[in-house]
Design a binder for this molecule. Structure first.
Ligand SMILES: Nc1ncnc2c1ncn2[C@@H]1O[C@H](COP(=O)(O)OP(=O)(O)OP(=O)(O)O)[C@@H](O)[C@H]1O
Ligand SMILES: [Mg+2]
Length: 488
């Protein structure tokens, strides 16, 4: 149970409930609390939790109690905090930055599921920071000419120390390639260290990469090793290098040219032997034109470019990828998925904006929803089934990306909503609007299933208990009780 118990703290009741719904939906056991008064809640120790999600909370004393409680246990669960604040929260609470994972807002359930999977890995073996990416030392799976070419390039470049630049859309497998290069290189017995340059605020990236001396800046209570030092003799994967600030780009350029760096707060140069692999989903040539990326750094890192093709350009790989991802699911103890030929056919017609990551998330979701049964085309979530559903799902994403408010967004991402193609000139209240979509779909599901909640829950791909909660929340239990008694 401790592998699935998630503590959620958020003063915002609606967001708290929405998070609870999503966590239950992806089979975790959330415990929700709006307030930190009297924290800890019970006798359970930090290690009894998989993760703690910290939303909005301004009870400073409560937060300190939470921090004390976490620090009681050296291997405490990670704290998931909104990306914008996660570094600051770690500092304020005196927690190690690696113990705070950044939650992207607006949040997608797939991202939350990824983070919790990562938390699960830390939980299983706290000493090993195992990667969230499936280990494929031979390189990305697939039979298409494009992927076979990529694997050949990996083999060719791996034994040399050349810097590699991997480009490609999000979720195409850039990290899979980086890890395969490392695994096939002479550095394979040394560390592979990944840094997401886009996720770390620019003012902290320097100390993250190069380390700092004690007292180098406010809050630097002790000296700390940087990622270059941790990767010594091995490979440093600079992910999302296109998001690095210009001043930081100058510093990286220097390390690439001189192979030396200094810790923040120190004037002593350290020599390093680290192979650099960089990746980005951005078009760096365009970034150069816009003045956002240095041309000299681009030529330094673009020694051996590898471009990962989007999944829609190699759809012949789909059956093999499904097979591999299903096998990986089974290895990790989840049920396998049996997709019928018509389901695979339908998936071939989809445009896969989230690439292999999206496919991997879909397989995982289907494994949860249809543990032993075969999955037919009709069982696929609507966005995969046809252009109309796809278009509306896209508008939902687009509307949500504009918004700062996470919780209803998370719920709406999973619902094939009928949303207006265009925002009305007078605007709309997004929260009310999304709730009205939810209510409409719940009503339809109940009508279709003659008020049998369990059947309606199935139509909505949700748990019966979750639906019962929603009926109460929206007062629908009264409406439906009048027409047909609820058999909850
Ligand atoms: N060819 C493949 N076979 C099986 N799984 C794959 C393959 N390519 C990618 N994956 C899986 O898809 C997910 C995304 O891969 P990865 O993190 O390498 O993508 P990325 O391009 O770095 O994405 P982002 O730009 O979003 O960071 C991972 O879970 C990875 O294990
Ligand atoms: Mg990546």
């Amino acid at each position: 149970m401790s592998e699935s118990r998630v503590l959620v703290i958020d003063a915002d009741e609606q967001r708290l409930e929405a998070l609870g719904t999503i966590l239950r939906f992806i089979d975790y056991h959330p415990v929700l609390t709006q307030s930190l008064k009297g924290f800890p809640l019970d006798e359970r120790q930090p290690r009894d939790w998989l993760a703690v999600i910290l939303g909005c909370q301004d009870d400073a004393q409560g937060l300190q109690r939470l921090a004390q409680w976490l620090k009681r246990d050296h291997y405490h669960p990670p704290l998931l905090v909104v990306a914008k604040y996660h570094e600051r929260t770690a500092e304020l609470l005196g927690l190690d930055r690696s113990a705070c994972l950044a939650l992207d807002y607006p949040m997608k359930y797939s991202h939350l599921a990824d983070l919790l999977k990562r938390a699960g890995m830390l939980h299983a073996d706290p000493c090993i920071n195992r990667p969230a990416v499936q280990m494929m030392p031979q390189g990305p799976a697939g039979n298409s000419a494009l992927v076979r070419r990529t694997r050949r390039m990996i083999e060719q470049v791996a034994p040399h120390d050349s810097t590699v630049l991997i480009t490609g859309e999000s979720g195409t497998g850039k990290e899979v390639v980086a890890r395969a290069i490392h695994a096939q290189s002479n550095r394979r017995d040394r560390p592979f260290v990944a840094v997401n340059c886009g996720a770390i605020p620019s003012e902290l990236l320097e100390s993250e990469l190069f380390g700092h001396e004690k007292g180098a800046f406010t809050g630097a209570i002790t000296a700390r090793r940087g990622r270059f030092e941790m990767a010594e003799g091995g490979t440093l994967f600079l992910d999302e290098i296109g998001d690095m600030s210009l001043p930081m780009q100058v510093k990286i350029l220097r390390v690439l040219q001189e192979r030396t760096y200094e810790r923040v707060g120190s004037s002593r140069s350290t020599h390093c032997s680290v192979r650099i692999i960089a990746a980005t989903h951005r078009n760096l040539e365009q970034s150069i034109l816009k003045g956002a990326f240095r041309e000299d750094l681009y030529y330094r890192i673009n020694v051996f470019p590898i471009e990962m093709p989007p999944l829609r350009e190699r759809l012949e790989d789909l059956p093999m990828l499904i097979e591999d991802l299903t096998a990986a699911q089974e290895r990790s103890g989840h049920g396998g998925v049996r997709l019928s030929p018509d389901a695979v056919h339908v998936l071939r017609g989809y445009h896969w904006p989230g690439n292999v990551r999206e496919l991997s998330n879909l397989i995982e979701r289907l494994a949860v929803l249809h543990p032993k049964a075969p999955v037919s085309a009709a069982d696929l979530p609507p966005r995969y089934r046809g252009s109309a559903a796809t278009a509306s799902a896209h508008v939902v994403d687009a509307v949500l990306d504009e918004d700062d408010y996470a919780a209803p967004a998370m719920v709406a991402c999973m619902i094939p909503a009928q949303v207006p193609a265009q925002l009305p000139p007078a605007g709309l209240d997004l929260k009310d609007y999304i709730e009205s979509i939810e209510i409409g779909l719940i009503r339809q599901a109940l009508e279709q299933s003659c008020g049998v909640v369990a059947h309606a829950a199935k139509l909505l791909n949700t748990r019966r208990t979750t639906l019962v909660e929603k009926l109460r929340k929206y007062g629908l239990h009264r409406d439906f009780a009048e027409r047909e008694p609820l058999k909850a």
